[in-house]
Structure formats: C-alpha cells, structure tokens
Design a protein around this ligand. Structure first.
Ligand SMILES: [Zn+2]
Length: 224
C-alpha cells in the first residue's frame, strides 16, 4: 500500500503517519525530515538547503524532487509520503516516477481542520527554550502556568506559531493543495478525513479506510 497524507498546520498528520507506519509496516518518507537530515550531514546540497531556509526562500521543486525520489528508489513499494507533493511540479515528478516503476498511490488522505481550529491548536503551543519540551495551554498545560515542568524555565511561543502567521500558513496550504487534491480526486484515491476531535477519535475515522485499502492491495497483488 502506498499512501499520501496531508493536512493544514496542526492537523496532526505527522502523529497519524507514525501510527500508520507501525500498523501497516510502511516506509515513512517525510520531505521535511529529508531536508533536515541533508543539512545535518553537511553535504554540499545540505549547505545549499540551509541557505534557502535562512534566506526565508522556498526550496526549488527540483531539489525537493531529487531528495524524495532518491529515497523512494530505496523502497519501491509500501511507503507513506508526508509533506510531499506540495506543488503541481512535484505531482508530475512523483507520478512519472510511479508510472515508470508500475506503482500507484492507493490512497491520498487529507486530515482536514478549519482555519479556526488550526490557529487554536498551533497558537496555543508553548515551548521551553532550554530543554525543548512542548506544551499547549488547553491540551497539555504545564503544572505551573508559564513554567516548564521539566526544568522550570519560562516558556515561550515560537514566532511561527503566532495566530496571524498560522492563518497565513493555512491559506498558503489551501491555495497550494487545491490543484493537487483535484488531481487525486480524479484518480479516485482522494479521501478527506474530519480532523476535529481527539487523536484517537480521528484515528478511528482513518483506520477502517486504511484497513480496507491495505487488504484490497494485498489481495490484488496475488493475482497480478
Ligand atoms: Zn524545560
């Protein structure tokens, strides 16, 4: 089973991706992780990526495509892609690669939340600048308000997590994903999951669908 998962900021897609990886034994391929790993390895490409990020620039499609496709070559089938594809250009590259290797996306799952929910979930986040612990005013409040449970340092809010920035990130997501959703809807593999509510609640909406697609994919392989 080959899976795409996407959703606006705060949708919980990375949390659910990890559950999917464990349950179905898929390879987890995240464009964000691949970029961070490349930077950490200090390669020439990594230094180039760092310059883009530090300059607040978008990383060109060709670079993201190279990173993801070279990772896909190692797995061939049974993968989940998180954060990719994000542009029409990336969809083209991915679909060409899959076609050349006789592969398809079996399910493209969007975990959808409203803009209000996205802002609430992300802008309520507080982090400890010293030890990196993450809190949330509503979902995971520290024992002492404004103080880290682990080390007692004053908690801060990330610049990117400010409501107006989250609203902007949400709009960018919706704009970018529109043609991509249209494409996968035409392919008959797009599913929109209601991402509101608790993690377990949302997972129970996803699980039956994934179980179904996974069993169908397994039985079709026998006759192929
Ligand atoms: Zn701390």
């Amino acid at each position: 089973m080959n899976v795409l998962v996407f959703g606006p900021p705060g949708s919980g897609k990375s949390t659910h991706s990890r559950t999917i990886v464990e349950r179905y034994g898929l390879a987890y391929i995240s464009s964000g992780d691949l970029i961070r790993q490349e930077i950490a390895r200090g390669t020439e490409l990594g230094r180039e990526l760092k310059r883009y990020l530090e300059g607040g620039e978008l990383i060109p499609d060709t670079v993201v495509n190279t990173l993801v496709i070279s990772r896909l070559r190692k797995h061939r089938r049974n993968f989940i892609l998180d954060g990719y594809p994000r542009t029409a250009e990336q969809v083209l590259t991915l679909e060409n690669y899959l076609y050349d290797h006789g592969l398809t996306i079996d399910i493209a799952m969007e975990i959808f939340i409203t803009k209000e929910e996205s802002i609430e979930r992300i802008s309520g986040r507080m982090v400890c600048p010293k030890c990196g612990a993450v809190y949330h005013v509503r979902y995971r409040p520290p024992r002492v308000p404004g103080r880290c449970d682990v080390c007692g340092s004053p908690l801060v809010r990330r610049e990117d997590d400010r409501p107006e920035i989250v609203a902007e990130r949400y709009d960018v997501y919706m704009r970018n994903m529109e043609p991509i959703i249209k494409f996968y809807r035409k392919q008959g593999v797009y599913v929109r999951i209601d991402g509101h509510g608790g993690i377990k609640e949302v997972w129970e909406r996803m699980r039956p669908l994934l179980d179904y697609v996974n069993s169908r994919e397994a039985s079709s392989r026998v006759f192929r």
